[in-house]
Ligand binder design. Sequence first.
Ligand code: HEM
Length: 505
Amino acid sequence: MAASLLYLFLRLLFSCWILPFRAYCKIKKNGFGGPTPSFPLGNITEMKNSNNVNDSSSGFSGISHDIHSTAFPYFAKWQMIHGKVFIYWLGTEPFLYIAEPEFLKKMSSGVLGKSWGKPMVFKRDRMPMFGSGLVMVEGDDWVRHRHVITPAFSPTNLKAMANSMVEPTTMMLNKWATLISSGQPEIDVEREITTTAGEIIARTSFGLSNHKGRKVYETLRAMQITLFNSNRYVGVPFSKWLCLKKTLEARKLGKEIDQLLLSIIDARTKSWDGTPQKDLLGLLMEGSHVDGRAGKSLTIRELVDECKTFFFAGHETTALALTWTLLLLALHPQWQHQLREEIGQVIGDDDEIVYARLSNLKKMEWVMKEVLRIYSPAPNAQRQAREDIKVDDLIIPNGTNIWIDVVGMHHDPALWGADVNEFRPERFKDDNLYGGCKHKMGFLPFGFGGRMCVGRNLTMMEYKVVLTLMLRKFSFSTSPNYRHSPSILLSLRPRHGLPLIVQPL
Ligand code: HEM
């Protein structure tokens, strides 16, 4: 008994103290500074304390888009002291923080997509959501997954998915019309759009035509709420035991989802006649049938994880892009008019939206990019080195956790100029790709390199379809009840929702 306890203690000491400290010493050799950590929380206490002070909560008149210093005050403060590359700690995990595009470019230029890892600490934390889906998988497995998944997002396949976006949006807009006519013009558009985007991603991922699809969707939503609506201490040893009830609940929901998806896949396999259903699951199953050589297809377990991955990676991000857009359009009615005018010219009033015309919505594209710059729904990207990486004379050692502060770069006046915190979609008029950013790695709404977001074209299409339908029917203006407090809960969201005054046109 005593020997087992001693063994356990030594193992703990090794994994929670000696290993991270050794990793830290290796990175530190390069001369990077950083805030002083404490054991076992690292720098989490300072991060949480500075966030509590920063619930800005003003009305519309006091809105500032300088969200790096309000949503991530600790990063803004550490940057001033330690520069744009430094080390900070999440619990007992050291992270190399990067908000310097040139450093990022040099670091990533020699590393292939398949050679990047994802931090183990996040893999464990997000296992119920992503399993071994594309977001988390590495090495040759990542190549295989990406190879099967990329064609599912081809323009022809996306075109077939456009219709599954119109019905849920129309239902939402009809509900808004009813609310308004019953005297309730103030609507929390964040809640509404998140629900609709969830419905859309479920339809495009695995179909909602039968009760099993709907049950998967409802259980996925429940799991997301269980996992992320609680105080979390990622990186702190045994933190899951502190929220044991939630951890067990998420595990139970995860098993339920797996069973439901397995039975959907099983039913489709049994009735397989060579014509896939035109959702992502159908296309992946077809990919596996067509390219079914060993080593090229996805296993059933992997198909399940990919369905969950699409849901979690694709639903809230798209919903938030649309939500922040409505905030900015409510604040800038002249842009609302311009987009409505463009919709009239390009799409017209037809009930059916012609997919091929969407690419002509240029101003809408500038607006989307400017929204993704200011309120990036994916506020950071993460990597873990799986080999020693050379950056000039420095060595980033194998195993280093890397934290890329996307919001930090999107709000850096040195990259964007003095008007960095202003909403100016026209930045993308002359420079459609980078919006005039002084460094090509300074604008990363969809990540970078081989691991760039695989769903970005799907998102672009959904954004255009949903915004077109909304702007054709309604105008949006500010409500005195809105409290501006962008906060991070996996994605960057309005902490108190987004109530807007919605008026039929
Ligand atoms: C506004 C919407 C979206 C944003 C801002 C966004 C952003 C991102 C970012 C930043 C990454 C990480 C890239 C990196 O680490 O370099 C990513 C990866 C990914 N996204 Fe998205 N995404 C969006 C929509 C979607 C949608 C609609 C889907 C799928 C239906 C999706 C599926 C994925 C997947 C599977 C990955 C992992 C790719 C890989 O590692 O190979 N995303 N996304």
